[in-house]
Design a protein around this ligand. Structure first.
Ligand code: AMP
Ligand code: MG
Length: 351
């Protein structure tokens, strides 16, 4: 299949910019498009056959459910039943935005979209192009991240192209995304609402609106435990993984820099290609290895934005070992470390 690539201004309202993509979605095809979190791989979420195509193109396990994207909060009552008041409160506060809400599914939503579950994940994205695509296609777009399963999520159209060229009908190129990591997922079907995946919307922000929420235990684990299954099926898979062996080093910054430098030196002597995930503040201090800046500690948002593209860059450079500084401090530390630890297969050293 030839994949059509179309550049669109993210604020475009021109019908002709969307007509092809809308037609493909209505016919049960696949269109990748930008959202504010990462690029999504979209299909008609109420069409079983279309949803199945997403799994096939991504190589995604069929028990890993998709998120349904809507452009209008009223769609909640079409796709879900028994919607709790607090879920509506969260939708009012955070939508459009990077929060996915899990609710009991309505009969409209096929189990092919929900990975066989009786619950459904719903989000209204805060991206003008994504919203326009949903409105113009009149489709509830099921969309997981537009990467091959297991690879880092795509934060620009070229990442999507790398993974899915020839496997999907179309890519809408709206430039780089704003946030850079996937949405926060909150399960509103449990007695105490539960965060299944940390993201840009933090626990503190949610608790301000609806009171106490808990974390799925798995999110807080430093090492995976085969006896505890995560409530978001997708969280059990090794994700976001670069091809090189990644290890995170945690400790006082000066010691971290010394430790990484020393290990990089040893690995280079052994004939390896070695990369370092550094920050604007530390990059000059590493004298050997391929040094990439993930962002600046002064602006945590830049770290979220840089995370996945740095991992992909190291892949294309065929780096065999990667050492990363740790990013657990700060408002979004939980979300950053959740992704980075998974990418590292939970390899972390405290010094
Ligand atoms: P992605 O769109 O690639 O970020 O993947 C969607 C994520 O949402 C995966 O981790 C899924 O496991 C999770 N998810 C989707 N639907 C549900 C659901 N009904 N219950 C729990 N987790 C879900
Ligand atoms: Mg994903």
């Amino acid at each position: 299949m030839e994949t059509i690539i179309k550049k669109i201004d993210i604020h475009s309202k021109k019908p002709e910019d969307f007509s092809k993509a809308a037609y493909i979605l209505q016919q049960g095809g696949l269109v990748a498009f930008p959202t504010e979190t990462v690029y999504g791989l979209g299909a008609d979420g109420l069409n079983k056959e279309a949803a199945k195509k997403i799994y096939y193109a991504k190589g995604r396990p069929s028990d890993n459910p998709l998120i349904l994207h809507i452009a209008d909060k009223d769609a909640l009552d079409v796709l879900a039943i028994d919607v709790p008041k607090n879920a509506k409160k969260l939708a009012e506060k955070f939508w459009p935005g990077p929060l996915t809400i899990i609710l009991k599914k309505s009969i409209q939503v096929p189990k092919e979209t929900t990975g066989g579950l009786n619950t459904v994940a719903i989000r209204m994205p805060a991206h003008p192009l994504a919203l326009e695509l949903i409105r113009r296609s009149h489709v509830f777009i099921a969309a997981p991240s537009a990467n091959t399963s297991g690879r880092p999520s795509p934060t620009c159209a070229s990442h999507v192209f790398e993974d899915l060229n020839g496997k999907i009908d179309m890519i809408l190129d709206g430039g780089s995304v704003e946030i850079g990591i996937e949405s926060t997922i909150i399960d509103m079907t449990s007695e105490i609402p539960m965060i299944l995946r940390p993201g840009f919307i933090t626990r503190e922000m949610i608790e301000k609106e609806i009171g106490t929420v808990s974390y799925d235990r798995v999110v807080l684990l430093e090492k995976p435990d085969t006896h505890i299954l995560p409530k978001a099926p997708g969280m059990k898979y090794r994700h976001y993984a670069p091809k090189g062996n990644l290890c995170i080093i945690e400790g006082k910054m000066e010691q971290v820099i010394d430790y990484i430098s020393c290990n990089v030196h040893k690995k280079i002597l052994q004939g390896n290609r070695v990369g370092i995930i550094a920050t604007e503040e530390t990059k000059e201090q590493y004298k050997e290895g391929i040094v990439k800046t993930i962002g600046s500690r002064k602006d945590e948002k830049t770290i979220l934005q840089g995370l996945y593209s740095v991992l992909r860059e190291f892949d294309s450079l065929k780096v065999e070992y990667i050492y990363s500084e740790s990013f657990s401090e700060g408002e979004h530390g939980q979300a950053i470390m959740n992704r980075l630890l998974k990418a590292a297969g939970y390899q972390k050293e405290k010094i």
